[in-house]
Unconditional design. Structure first.
Length: 335
């Protein structure tokens, strides 16, 4: 996630963020491959709504999404365990998946694939899941949730591609070996939330992030039109979808990754699950050729997603010792 320095500002609670009904695509395995093949007016409307939300907000909610949410209760049970039990699956530089205890929040992270090995030049980058013994149901519900998120993520990328005037499979072709990571977060009550807002302001580095959360709320996003902070209201059963940096690069800034942060609740714990949907680690990311012309030159240099992601996952216990890259490193001067 690309960190952004931002001073706390006035918060608007009437957010106006669109909530989009996915009923028209829930039963579909894949969408028609071009807008010309679409005959369903509801699907046409959905594509238009998603495109408008991507351009205006970089974020939207979805309902009737088909993703099972039992994982929320199992995650709550895990975070309630004694710390020494959770530390048995502590993540570190060798095992970047697992549990960590940070200021005001606990994290448990896993990958949709039990083990991923990819080569970056002479280096080998490996991700191996660590699963706790308790609660016993967590592993099964987590894997089921991840499968649902992958299915949803593929269809959302098809919708986003169609909204850009591309073939539906234009973005999914980069996800034959998806690098989905799922992060379970529990935020502790914080009597002074302003203390922890600044460092947590960021954009996500992947393609899209799928967020499930409880009814406590706390997610805030920065509106592009006036930089005002908007507090996102939880909608029961809904998932929140926000664009990541890769979609911003692919679209050559037509769509933007959303700047967001979490405001801890002063009195209550908050639970959320962020699924970071990214392409295969071997994919090189750059503006898509179909969206580049003489009037709209490429704004970013090409970079390798696996190498970029590896640089972000190293050294969890001493993050200040490494440079944390973001897509601004690849922006072409003058664009």
């Amino acid at each position: 996630m690309a960190e952004i320095t931002q001073k706390p500002t006035k918060i608007t609670y009437e957010d106006g963020i669109p909530t989009i009904d996915l009923t028209s695509i829930t039963s579909l395995d894949h969408l028609p491959n071009s807008n010309y093949e679409i005959t369903d007016s509801n699907l046409t409307k959905l594509i238009s709504e998603v495109g408008e939300a991507c351009e205006k907000w970089g974020l939207f909610r979805v309902v009737n999404h088909g993703v099972p949410l039992e994982i929320l209760e199992n995650a709550r049970e895990f975070f309630a365990l004694p710390k020494d039990e959770k530390m048995k699956v502590k993540r570190n530089e060798s095992y970047p998946m697992g549990y960590s205890d940070e200021t005001w929040k606990q994290i448990f992270e896993y990958s949709v694939n039990e083990s991923i090995v990819t080569k970056q030049g002479s280096n080998v980058f490996q991700v191996v899941n660590q699963w706790p013994q308790y609660p016993a149901e967590l592993r099964e519900s987590a894997q089921e949730y991840a499968r649902g998120v992958v299915k949803l993520g593929i269809k959302l990328l098809e919708v986003i591609a169609l909204s850009l005037g591309l073939s539906a499979n234009r973005l999914t072709e980069f996800h034959k070996d998806t690098s989905l990571a799922v992060r379970l977060h529990q935020y502790a009550p914080c009597p002074d939330p302003e203390r922890v807002l600044g460092p947590g302001t960021h954009t996500d580095t992947g393609c899209v992030t799928v967020l499930a959360q409880d009814d406590i709320g706390g997610l805030e996003l920065q509106r592009r039109s006036d930089s005002e902070w908007i507090a996102l209201k939880p909608v029961p059963g809904a998932l929140t979808i926000n664009l990541g940096d890769i979609v911003q690069v692919w679209s050559n800034d037509k769509y933007h990754s959303v700047v967001h942060r979490v405001r801890p609740n002063a009195k209550k714990e908050r639970l959320s699950i962020a699924s970071l949907f990214g392409p295969a680690y071997y994919v090189n990311v750059k503006p898509l050729e179909e969206l580049i012309n003489e009037e709209n030159c490429a704004k970013y240099r090409e970079y390798n997603w696996g190498k970029f992601r590896a640089s972000r996952m190293k050294n969890y216990d001493n993050k200040q010792s490494i440079e944390r890259q973001d897509i601004s490193h690849f922006r072409i001067n003058g664009n």
